[in-house]
Design a protein around this ligand. Sequence first.
Ligand SMILES: Nc1ncnc2c1ncn2[C@@H]1O[C@H](COP(=O)(O)OP(=O)(O)OP(=O)(O)O)[C@@H](O)[C@H]1O
Length: 308
Amino acid sequence: MSLVSGLTSQSTSELALDVQDLCWQVDSRSILSQISFSIKRGQMLGIIGPNGAGKSTLLRCIYRYIKPDSGKIQLFGQEITHLSSKAFAREVAVVLQDTPHHFELTTAQLVAIGLTPHKGPFELTNAADRILISDALEKVGLTHKAKQSYEHLSGGEKQRALIARAIVQQPKLLILDEPTNHLDIHYQIQIMELLHSIGITVITSIHDLNLASAMCDSLLLLEEGKCISYGSPSEVLTEQAIGEVFGVCSHVTPHPQHGNPQICYYYGYEKGYDKGYEPGHENSHEKDRQQSQLNKNGSASLEDSGHG
Ligand SMILES: Nc1ncnc2c1ncn2[C@@H]1O[C@H](COP(=O)(O)OP(=O)(O)OP(=O)(O)O)[C@@H](O)[C@H]1O
């Protein structure tokens, strides 16, 4: 598959983000190599890949925490390096996994920080701001925690509060690093649906491939800092790619509701299933599983016992 799909041939005015040939290295070790992709306005791009593939590093380049060695990053047609810090903060909100402690703040006060790029130095919070804050808290299900100390929230509640802060910031591009970490399945789905519905362009790293498939318009699959594939969830999430990049055997079918890939993973890697599996041979896995159970019970082989 071409690494640069039809998305990049869109007219630049349709593009929220355009990344071309991005490279970054540390101590002569290449961390990101020749990464190119783009996102159309209002769409959600998921960055997927194994641990250490370079997902967070790519996001850090986009939100200007890291300066790439080469390549271009354009936000709505403008080089990101040309924007002042304040202009950049008005355009881009970032939700990270690890955030500094905010011991002294209530949840509502933390969410109000999102207003900062839109305020003058001594400008106070007004009635419209308060509506914005309470709407955002309601969207993430935290209205009842507004006055509670942010530090006393659970991990998932903190994550939702940070997303509320990003919503209050009213960015044009929202960058999230594994936003569903810490969230239970209800909030994983709810937060991803919320991000998808608010009309903001979103780029997010995400480990859950089924969630990425359901929610993202396009996916970028990274491995060892290189783009392995880029395109729609159906183009990227193939059994072959999942096997080659993650080393996991899977069976991919269209999801009954949304039609994008639904991945069923196979288990038993300690027994070496990953080495012999070919798609369509699900029964042999079932046979192995049963054999394993028999072994645990001190019984003979499946053949001896009349199975299979
Ligand atoms: N400042 C740095 N100095 C040295 N190595 C770095 C630096 N930043 C990142 N790396 C290395 O780059 C690689 C990619 O890291 P990165 O955090 O981007 O991966 P990731 O795909 O986000 O991983 P995970 O899924 O585990 O969060 C890792 O091997 C990491 O050790």
